[in-house]
Every structure is written in C-alpha cells, then in structure tokens.
Design a protein around this ligand. Structure first.
Ligand SMILES: Cc1ncc(COP(=O)(O)O)c(C=O)c1O
Length: 369
C-alpha cells in the first residue's frame, strides 16, 4: 500500500511542479464568465417555480427509482418524456441518462465493435475517448475540423466506419462543418455521431435539428447540464440503436434509474426555452458585445464560448487570477484539458451578463495580453 501511495504522490507532485495541479475549491464570488449556464436557467426563478408547482401537485415525482431501469427502476412517465424528446428532435427514439459523460460512455463503449474504426476529431471531449477505451473498436484522430484529413482516413479505413464530432467545440468555441461531415459520412457509408453538449438550447434543440440533418446523423447526444441548467442527457437516434444500448450497454444497464422529477424538469425545461426566446436573444447580444472588443480569438462570432489564446500555462493562470482579483470568473484551460502549448482563457458568455461587465472584462484582458 505504501508503494501505491508513494506512486500517487509522485504523480501529484509532478503536476504541482508543472503548475497544473487540480483541486476542488470553494465556490468563488464574482461575475460569472466561466459556467456553462449560458441562458441562466440554473438560477431562473420563474422556471424553479414551475418545477416546484409540479412537485407540490405530484409529490410522487420525488419517489426514488429503486433499481436499474431493466428491473424495478423504469417508469411510464420517463418513457413518455423520452418519446416527447424524440419527437422534439425528429428522431425515432431517445434514451435518458444521468449525464452526457455517461451517455458518451454508453454509446461509444457499446456500438462500435471489434474490427470497426472510429475517426474522431482531435478536439473531441474526453467522454468520447473514455467510451472508446472500453470498446474493442480501433480509433484514430483527425485534425480539428480538417475534412481532407478525415477523408484520407476514411479512404484507408477497413470495417464499419464511425465519425465522432462535437457540433460546438467546448474548448475551441467553433462549430463542426456538420453539413459537409454528413456528405462525407454518406459517401463512405460511415455512421456520424454528434455531441451537441454546448449547442443544445443555445441553438434551438441543437444544430443537427436546426440544419435538418437528423436523418443523416446516426446518433446525437444532448446534455441538460449546460444551457438547460440541470443535469442529465439524452442519446437520440434510431429505435434499433437505442434498443441495442438497452441490451448491451453497461452504463445503461448496471445503474439505478433517475426519478420522475428528473424527467419532468427536463420536459418543463424544453417548454420553458420554447416560450422564452428572449434568453437566446440576450445571449447573442452579449456575444456580439464581447466580439466588438476584437480580442484575438479563433472562436465563432456566434459562440457562447470565446477562447483567448495565452502564451503558456503561467500566463493563462495569471490572467485567470488577475481577472478573479478584479471580480471576474473565467477559466484557464491548460494541459491535459487542452494540448500542451495551446493554453487559453475560456470565456463563457451568458444571457444575464451586463454590457458593462463584458466591457470591463475585455478591457482587463486587453491590458493583460
Ligand atoms: C462536448 C461535451 N460532451 C459531454 C460533456 C459531458 O456533459 P455532462 O456534464 O452532461 O456530463 C461535456 C461537458 O463537459 C462536453 O463539453
């Protein structure tokens, strides 16, 4: 045991020396430019009242699931909500999971088989990579948003091909060329998997639905932990694929189901977003305000995630600390979250940020870089 602990200590010490040690910190006070609560739903009082009213009317929503969904933990209501979600996204079926991390694990660990190949964007989220670690399929990375590189790999690939991308990249703030990816997927008979964690809610039900690509995408993952301000996720796609997951995917089978409160809150969240498009308008205005600053960024002009490149780990960390001292909360993304040498400051814009806050933030960053 002493040996094991000393190995763990060595790894932590190495991280500490490299100035990239992670730790859980108390919640900070300051203006939020770092959370994924793009539309302020996590703190939206009228929405909370809607949920509370439902709980008061139907306290049985709070009942625990009591087991795996395949034993005692399923409910008619959750299945109704899944049908509601599938309908909203114009797909045959939806499967609810406790988070998008688990949704990606569930999908990628179970669907690609031995002999198959998964081509993933080099910037894809860790949950996709972790899912593939549990799979027998081979995986290769293609250069970020580089269709030529992807096509080369598709040509060389044997076996069933999969392409895995995010519609809006979480650490880049740029979009995948989804229409072109769908054309390539069709040309090479590849199954396209799109993680819409950061696009859902900010761009309607996500970019797949917005661009009418739902019939060309094999599986879409949406999370309810970001723009919807809650937690949970759904895998969307064809009925056979969902049925396969229910039969073969460990993260679906070997875990306790969620209670009906979760499904109800998600359903109310969809309705709330439909009736409150002002939140999206405010967000887009704030993104435009940020972009007026002309700070250097490769992020898309419409993205709620705006990335400002930093020279190295210490300048990224110093920028974050400097902003925090001035009352602005941002995130210094350093390795292993991003590649070494690609350190950056990640700014998340929200519907609730004020123009003054955004102007002050950009002024301070400009002084600093
Ligand atoms: C692209 C992407 N996929 C999946 C996830 C996981 O989402 P969740 O927080 O619902 O587990 C995240 C969150 O960090 C993400 O950025």
């Amino acid at each position: 045991m002493l040996n094991t602990l000393s190995k763990l200590k060595d790894s932590l010490e190495k991280r500490n020396t490299e100035n990239v040690l992670r730790s859980l910190k108390h919640k900070k006070e300051g203006v939020d430019f770092y959370s994924n609560d793009y539309l302020g739903m996590a703190q939206n009082v009228p929405f909370q009242e809607i949920v509370l009213q439902e709980i008061n009317q139907q306290p049985q929503l709070l009942k625990g699931a009591t087991g795996s969904r395949l034993i005692s933990g399923n409910s008619n209501f959750t299945m109704e909500v899944e049908a509601f979600i599938a309908n909203k996204h114009m797909v045959e079926s939806a499967l609810l999971l406790p988070s998008a991390y688990l949704a990606n694990l569930a999908l990628l660990s179970a669907i690609p088989q031995r002999g198959d190949i998964v081509l993933m964007d080099e910037c894809i989220h860790r949950s996709v990579r972790d899912g593939l670690r549990l799979s027998n399929a081979k995986s290769l990375k293609f250069k970020h948003n580089d269709l030529e590189h992807l096509e080369k790999l598709l040509k060389e690939a044997n076996g069933n091909r999969f392409i895995a991308v995010e519609s809006l990249y979480s650490m880049e703030g740029d979009f995948a060329p989804l229409e072109k990816l769908a054309v390539l997927a069709e040309k090479y008979n590849a199954a396209l998997i799109v993680d819409e964690a950061h696009a859902f809610g900010v761009f309607g039900y996500g970019i797949v639905a917005q661009k009418n690509l739902h019939k060309k995408v094999f599986a879409t993952i949406v999370t309810y932990g970001k723009a919807l301000g809650m937690h949970g996720a759904a895998i969307l796609g064809n009925q056979t694929m969902i049925c396969y997951l229910v039969n073969f995917s460990s993260p679906v089978i070997y875990t306790t189901g969620s209670n009906d409160l979760h499904a109800m809150s998600i359903k109310k969240g969809y309705h709330f977003l439909e009736n409150n498009s002002i939140l999206n308008q405010n967000l887009q205005e704030n993104i435009s305000e940020f972009r007026k600053s002309n700070l250097p960024t490769l992020s898309d002009p419409q993205s709620p995630i705006q990335i400002v490149p930093m020279a190295n780990v210490s300048s990224a960390k110093r920028a974050q600390q400097h902003l925090e001292n001035k009352g602005f909360l941002t995130f210094a993304a350093v390795a292993p979250t991003v590649k070494e040498g690609e350190e950056r400051l990640r700014i998340c814009l929200h519907s609730f940020n004020s123009k003054e806050e955004i102007d002050q933030l950009t002024k301070i960053i400009k002084e600093f870089i």
